[in-house]
Design a protein around this ligand. Structure first.
Ligand code: MRU
Length: 353
């Protein structure tokens, strides 16, 4: 474990010397600490305990985890190695159920593994594919950022919820990538970040990374979304996504639905930014599993208890925003607009995937 003070030009998750290196996001914003793993079980724990979080970041972490599993395998034939990888894949897959990027990352690595012949060749192929996925994540975010930036104007104040920033991806971010690209295009924008209870990705991560990068960012409690919109403090909203189904239903951090509903009430455009790897063309909205997390995240803040003992808690980590509340879905292939069933399918058409 290493402690760093310099936080410029960092990657949230990286492959280095046959190890996976990540920022421990549970320690932010107070400490910037990197952790190193050489066992896929450690990567699974890191995803489960939110050392790494955010859909694209856990997609790449899953891929790196599986690459570690390949290096760990003692299999001497292709079949033995693939069997070890299937077991590791299952452990990694079961860590978090909602973000589809995890399954996407694991599937990509499994397909690569199956294309190899010898265990040695498979090991080389999967490490190189996982590293490629990490590099591509940054490029995709930058393209998505440019595509989205045209939707934002000079002097806009943009609200965002949770953290869909550099810390939720390998670098640059999805929703915050759009905000970064808007600023890079010469427009002056301000940001309002919601705190995002219960585990405060907004205050701990979004406020941290935007402030560090020199943005004009104001933090609000989640309960001030309506106030901010009713009092003209916000022009537009952009958030990330954990899963988007082909009908345009968006699954994202709990509270997103409230923000979108409030934006509709006030005629404020509500955008979602996500890569194609977040779009699940197979599942129906009603089949998506919403992760339920432990009650202690709600009965306390950090170590401080803020609720009575033995209180019942309902703690869903995500909610679903229906397509009628969404003004556009920003991707690396362009901006999908309603009706989403048509525009999302077009994003995947040949020549555009
Ligand atoms: O529970 P988390 O922190 O993994 O949830 C993250 C989110 O909901 C993000 O908004 C989403 O993954 C998009 S990240 C680019």
């Amino acid at each position: 474990m290493t402690e760093h003070n310099d936080i410029s030009s960092l990657k949230t998750v990286e492959w280095k010397d046959n190890k996976v290196v990540m920022i421990d996001q549970t320690k932010l914003p107070n400490q910037l600490i990197f952790v190193e793993y050489d066992d896929f079980n450690q990567v699974a724990d890191a995803i489960r305990t939110l050392v790494v979080r955010g859909a694209p970041a856990i997609g790449v972490s899953g891929a790196f985890g599986l690459a570690l599993a390949a290096l760990q395998s003692k299999g001497t034939t292709k079949d033995e190695l693939i069997s070890d990888l299937e077991k590791a894949k299952q452990i990694l897959f079961e860590t978090r159920p909602t973000a589809v990027n995890l399954a996407w990352g694991l599937e990509k690595i499994m397909n690569t593994a199956k294309s190899g012949d010898s265990p040695q060749q498979i090991k080389e192929l999967v490490v190189s594919e996982a590293k490629k996925m990490a590099d591509e994540d940054i490029e995709i975010n930058k393209t998505m950022g440019k595509n989205g930036s045209i939707l934002f104007d000079d002097n806009d104040t943009i609200m965002t919820h949770c953290n869909a920033g550099a810390l939720a991806t390998v670098a640059y971010g999805t929703a915050l990538g759009v905000i970064r690209a808007t600023k890079e295009s010469g427009k002056n924008v301000k940001v309002i970040a919601t705190e995002t209870r219960p585990i405060q990705q907004g205050s701990r991560l979004t406020a941290f990374e935007l402030k560090h990068d020199g943005f004009d960012v104001s933090l609000i409690p989640d309960t001030a979304v309506g106030y901010s919109m009713a009092n003209g403090l916000v022009n537009k909203v952009v958030v990330g996504a954990d899963r988007i189904v082909k009908t345009g239903h968006v699954f994202n951090k709990i509270g997103t639905y409230q923000v979108a509903t409030m934006a509709k009430q006030h005629g404020i455009p509500f955008y979602v930014a996500a890569p194609l790897s977040t779009i699940d063309m197979k599942s129906k909205a009603e089949d998506v599993i919403i992760e339920m997390r432990k009650g202690s995240e709600v009965t306390g803040i950090g170590d401080k208890k803020t609720a009575p003992d033995d209180i019942n808690v309902i703690n869903p980590a995500f909610d679903m925003t229906p397509p009628e509340l969404i003004s556009g879905i920003i991707t690396e292939k362009g901006v999908a607009q309603p009706p989403y069933e048509e525009s999302i399918a077009k994003l995947f058409e040949s020549g555009n995937s």
